[in-house]
Design a protein. Sequence first.
Length: 147
Amino acid sequence: MTVGEMLAATVPMARTLNLEFRETSPERAVVFLPDQGDFHNHVGGPHAGAMFTLGESASGAIVLAAFGDQLSRAVPLAVRAEIAYKKLAMGAVTATATLGRPAAEVVAELDAGKRPEFPVAIEIRRADGAVTGEMRVVWTLRPNQQD
């Protein structure tokens, strides 16, 4: 099962919005939000909440792709997020997420007994390529409790 398939199967909001996980690798995650009238705002484009969920889902996909091998000892959690809506989004939109720190550096902090934090940058684009939103989600790998 791919990261995208796993997220679609286990995250109800991803299923609700019919998100399509088009690419999930440790270097990049690309998630597509189809144009759906049920999730439009007052001007006929995707609702801000749907775009936020799209971006957060893309960030989660890259985190799982980059750190899935650490799940036996740490839980990935979003710590904080911010989004800037840059242009009117109409129609389908795509979010592309990239890690803001090398994965090896984050794992080295975890190995040292720390609770690392790392940013994920996300761009949301409409079909014509225009950037409609920019988002930043800071994640942590919370070490599992020791018995």
